[in-house]
Design a binder for this molecule. Structure first.
Ligand SMILES: Nc1ncnc2c1ncn2[C@@H]1O[C@H](COP(=O)(O)OP(=O)(O)O)[C@@H](O)[C@H]1O
Ligand SMILES: [Mg+2]
Ligand SMILES: [Zn+2]
Length: 455
């Protein structure tokens, strides 16, 4: 397909300054590396006659038909999407390289491809043979699943229009380029242009498109962040490469709630759903070991029990180390300061390591108390009561603050067999206490340590 080049310009992403050629620094606002190549004028393709949807419609006359979601047979993914795939939607799945994005989407593609509707999986990163090898390993051999190795956007669009599949995967958006731009594949301009072209295609055809976006260190390659406002839904697959667990989080969803999270486990046969994540995260726990506390955290609307481990050991250098894995480093410093100042633990000559088991990240203040209890438990070399789960935010005076959704947290702890839960004692009465679990209230970190640590 011969094509006349369109008119492009470099636009400063900071102030909007426009220049016909690339510049390292914006002459208007002085920012570096903000000039992004953008299509200014597009040759209008002859349009088909006006479609009914481009006419203003009276609200009651708009039919929601054709908006039925495509069911997704992976429950954890379906929930994060808001209950299936909306036709014509564009979903971005971001994540670090090697985390499992291609694996998850190949699995999904195979589950959705059927004689009624093909699925087109386009890869710009791997050869057909590599994809075939992955498919063999995952036990995927679906006649209706088509694989295309292509990075040219026009070719990709041609193939989508010709095959008219039920769903499309583009792996990854950073590998695709449009001939209309001079800049290299993966640059901010290319990534935006390709994503918005695919979005228009999805809306026009009703074919849902999944885009893979690698998270990248700041640099020449544009990460998923630049696409977040273009696409309908943004999911991130996280975890770390050394642990099997993967969390799929929704950070933007035009068709459902955000804050949902799906839990998977990476194995030989790909990503498997984890039906009972709390149980999985606690599976290897040693009861009665010092330095371990069970926190009840919320991931969206779902409670999760996680083990927080701490190790305090006398420093061999002058300057004590603090290491946080899965919890916020500054939060750790704050909790250590509260334990020193308000409880009187002498932590200034201690190296302190904190780790969330399973490679999980927890960012909620409600895990403060479990972190503090784990540190104190390790420092005093006294275990935490094995039947106790812990929730509570810690304030600077060492006071405990109430947490949201306490009832759900308590139910989950009860379900996993914890008989007691340490919670902030609040003056206002809270909701019902679920059956099978006893509440132990504490007002301060000091009181909490007395209740939680066996002596
Ligand atoms: N032969 C294998 N056996 C088991 N797991 C594998 C094998 N090869 C790759 N994996 C897993 O798949 C992951 C790669 O996933 P992939 O879907 O390619 O990631 P992404 O697309 O996010 O870069 C690896 O990190 C590894 O965990
Ligand atoms: Mg990949
Ligand atoms: Zn500028």
């Amino acid at each position: 397909m011969a094509k006349t080049r369109v008119k492009t310009a470099y636009i400063c992403q900071n102030c909007g300054y426009s220049s016909p050629k690339w510049m390292g620094r914006c002459p208007n606002c002085g920012e570096w590396n903000t000039m992004v190549e953008t299509v200014m004028e597009r040759e209008e393709r002859p349009r088909p006659s006006v479609t009914p949807t481009s006419e203003p419609q009276r609200l009651p006359q708009i039919s929601a038909e054709g908006f039925e979601r495509i069911p997704v047979p992976i429950g954890e993914l379906s929930r994060v999407l808001g209950g299936g795939i909306v036709p014509g939607s564009v979903v971005l799945i971001g994540g670090d390289p090697g985390i499992g994005k291609s694996t998850l989407l190949l699995q999904l593609s195979s589950l959705l491809a059927s004689p009624d509707g093909a699925v087109l999986y386009i890869s710009g990163e791997e050869s057909l043979q590599q994809i075939k090898m992955r498919a063999d390993r995952l036990g995927i051999a679906n006649q209706a699943l088509y694989i295309l190795s292509e990075i040219n956007l026009d070719q990709i669009i041609n193939h989508i229009e010709r095959l008219n599949p039920r769903m499309v995967v583009v792996d990854s958006i950073q590998s695709v380029y449009s001939e209309e731009l001079m800049s290299a594949a993966g640059s901010v301009g290319q990534v935006k242009e390709c994503a918005s072209t695919l979005l228009r295609l999805a809306k026009a055809t009703g074919i849902p498109i999944f885009l893979v976006g690698h998270v990248t260190k700041a640099g020449a390659i544009a990460g998923p962040k630049v696409l977040e406002h273009i696409v309908d839904t943004v999911l991130y697959l996280e975890g770390d490469r050394f642990h099997a667990y993967r969390l799929l989080r929704s950070v933007k969803n035009r068709f459902g709630s955000t804050n949902e999270v799906g839990v998977f486990e990476m194995g030989d046969r790909g990503l498997a759903e984890v039906a009972n994540p709390s149980e999985a995260f606690l599976a290897e726990r040693l009861p009665n070991a010092s330095g371990s506390a069970i926190a009840v955290t919320m991931e969206g609307t779902r409670p999760l029990l996680v083990e927080i481990q701490a190790l305090a050991s006398t420093t061999s250098f002058g300057y004590p180390r603090r290491t946080a894995n899965g919890v916020d480093f500054n939060r750790l410093l704050l909790l250590v300061a509260v334990l020193s100042k308000r409880v009187g633990l002498r932590l200034s000559d201690q190296d302190i390591f904190v780790n969330v088991v399973g490679g999980l990240k927890v960012n909620e203040p409600a895990v403060d108390l479990a972190i503090a209890v784990a540190i104190a438990s390790s420092y005093r070399n006294v275990p935490v009561a094995a039947d106790m789960a812990i929730v509570g935010e810690i304030g600077l005076s060492g006071e405990l603050r109430a947490v949201s959704q306490l009832e759900r947290r308590l139910s989950e702890a009860a379900k996993l067999g914890f008989r007691r839960c340490l919670v902030p004692k609040s003056l206002r009465r809270r909701g019902k206490v679920p059956e099978g679990i006893e509440i132990v209230g504490a007002r301060s970190v000091g009181e909490a340590l007395e209740a939680a640590l066996l002596s």
